[in-house]
Design a protein around this ligand. Structure first.
Ligand code: NAP
Length: 551
């Protein structure tokens, strides 16, 4: 605590040892306290302290993502002092056991001997545990008593419910939060809380995927709307919380050179790729239910698409940005079910070699049906019926056990109308300019342009103008889950999905899901692990005269 300062104003922040990576996100885990860190959209980060109630605190997400992210927020110096973790779950634990569990998550991530013990002390404070089933009203009564107790302390009466549970439990928990009075409908910020006569705001953070299709997403939205005001609801897309994705908005709208060419006159096509080298790991049962389209295309890649394709918002506030995203989603051309095969491809991996190691087929993975038809690869072609994008295809693809782990957005520009120069050395034709935004790993972007080969004549060679966060700014960005947590604590909804957006994303893919579900008995196409997906995906894009990048 700063001398004479208000403890509730203090930010947790210490210098700690080293930098570490993560399989999906970069976690800082070691940059010196940065004090007040600028928000990506201007201003300083100023999150409120709160009771952070984690449903599913014993799960994988809490262990691998949330606890390291909270620790990183401490390292960044932005975790508000007073924030207290409350775990709710069915396991028999006490407060001390929860503390050990959470501490173990941080230790596992960073190594017990490298983390800053005093920082952990302060992040964890005295976590509280409430034992109960998700549908047990008495459990919520006990939770309410703990929260009342914490309201009187450093949380300033603010409450954030984080639903880190299987999606099947979202509706159950929301209903119980409503029935128990814990939802405090309408109290989305300090002012509305005062109006509602409660001591602080209440927000609910909902993990992905949001529904299984349009019908279930609508039903879940209705259940939520019964209990919460939309301004209290933070539907997560942690991809949107990645630094490069936020930078996409800055790149487009804070630079004069991109927006004039960001349209059908100059852009040939756009690729959005989320490729993983991992298989399903221990998440077989979840993945069997979800598949690549539900797991990645709807919650993440369609959201990335909407940021690339949307019109400039009138302001950088949550509703202005989300209104534009919704508008472009609405402009996506309907894919009739009978044409789904022309616009979408699915496949499943068989055994192969990834990063030099032999890996098994999806059907041989732990807790996966030996005759499973679940797709581990999906590619979708979208067309947008508006003035900016008419005729420009957007190709979205994702897959597990591919050749490289990479998430990127590639904007392919058209070739110049007349070629004055010789073919590049080695032939291969003139390369069109490509702007690549690397979302992960090695966040940054590059612009590929043609250049003259040194020497006589005017032979051409493609070169890249490259910008990388790690080297250019010598600073690692916030991890996605740090951004998710701090934005929700600040009440900044810009990067969270609004209910209508979630439904619109399902509207786009629903006919594809219906078509695939109608043909379960048909053999699903396969691709070899360690490659770049099935031949049918190449054909999807080759039909338009394009080829996928091999990043
Ligand atoms: N894991 C990831 O990398 C990841 C990434 C992005 C998004 N997500 C999303 O995050 C959410 C959680 O995923 P996860 O991987 O953490 O799942 P998980 O490991 O299966 O954990 C789920 C948690 O929910 C609890 N739970 C499950 N069913 C329950 C029930 N019927 N009653 C009471 N408790 C129950 C589990 O408690 P027990 O310990 O008692 O079983 C556990 O704490 C999902 O929506 C997922 O899509 C996960």
């Amino acid at each position: 605590m700063s001398p004479g300062g208000d403890p509730s104003e203090e930010r947790v922040g210490y210098e700690v040892a080293d930098r570490f990576g993560d399989d999906e996100d970069v976690h800082i885990g070691g940059v010196a306290s940065l004090g007040d860190v600028p928000s990506p959209f201007g201003g300083e980060r100023d999150p409120d302290p709160c009771s952070l109630v984690i449903f599913g605190v014993t799960g994988d997400l809490a262990h691998r993502k949330l606890m390291p992210a909270l620790y990183d927020l401490g390292c960044h110096g932005v975790l508000p002092f007073g924030t207290t973790i409350v775990g709710y779950g069915r396991q028999e634990l006490d407060d001390d056991e929860l503390r050990a569990l959470l501490q173990g998550s941080i230790d596992d991530h960073y190594g017990a001997d490298t983390i800053d013990g005093s920082l952990c002390e302060r992040i964890l404070l005295t976590p509280r545990y409430v034992q109960g089933q998700f549908d047990d009203p008495e459990g919520y009564a006990r939770l309410g008593a703990v929260l009342d107790d914490l309201d009187a302390g450093g949380t300033r009466g603010n409450r954030m419910f984080y639903l880190a549970t299987p999606p099947s439990q979202f509706g159950v928990i929301v209903e119980q939060l409503g029935a128990s009075g814990l939802a405090r409908k309408g109290a989305f910020d300090a002012e509305s809380a005062r109006g509602a006569g409660v001591p602080g705001w209440t927000r609910v953070v909902i993990e992905k995927p949001f529904g299984r299709d349009l019908e279930t997403a609508r039903a879940l939205n209705l259940e939520i709307a019964d209990v919460f005001d939309e301004r209290q609801v933070y539907r997560i897309d942690h991809y949107l919380a990645k630094e490069t994705v936020q930078n996409l908005l800055v790149l487009r709208f804070a630079n004069g050179i991109f927006e004039p060419v960001w349209n059908r006159r100059y852009v040939d096509f756009v690729e959005i790729t989320a490729a993983e080298t991992l298989g399903v790991e221990h998440r077989g049962p979840y993945y069997e239910e979800a598949g690549a389209l539900r797991d990645m295309i709807t919650p993440h890649l369609i959201q990335l698409f909407s940021l690339v394709a949307m019109e400039p918002p009138v302001a950088f506030d949550a509703d202005a940005v989300r209104d534009e995203k919704l508008k472009v989603l609405r402009a996506v051309r309907h894919i009739p079910r009978h044409l789904a095969a022309r616009c979408a491809v699915r496949a499943q991996y068989v055994q192969g070699v990834v990063d030099g190691d032999g890996v098994t087929a999806y059907r041989s993975e732990e807790r996966v049906a030996p005759d499973s038809h679940t797709e581990t690869y999906a590619a979708v072609k979208l067309l947008v019926d508006n003035w900016r994008w008419q005729g420009v295809p957007f190709y979205l693809r994702t897959g597990k056990r591919l050749a490289r782990r990479v998430t990127e957005i590639a904007i392919h520009f058209k070739l110049p109308p007349v070629l004055l120069f010789r073919e590049p050395a080695g032939g291969g034709g003139l390369q069109a300019n490509v702007l690549v935004l690397r979302v992960q790993p090695d966040e940054g972007f590059s612009l590929n342009i043609e250049s003259k080969l040194p020497g006589h004549g005017t032979a051409l060679q493609p070169v890249a103008m490259d910008y990388s966060y790690g080297t250019t700014l010598n600073e690692l960005p916030f991890s996605a889950y740090e951004t998710v947590l701090v934005d929700a604590m600040e009440g900044d909804m810009t990067l969270f999905t609004r209910g209508d957006q979630a439904e619109e994303a399902w509207r786009i893919v629903d006919p594809i899901l219906d078509e695939w579900a109608g043909k379960p008995q048909r053999e699903i196409p396969i691709y070899e692990a360690g490659g770049w997906g099935p031949e049918t995906a190449d054909a999807l894009i080759a039909g338009d005269g394009h080829t996928w990048r091999r990043p």
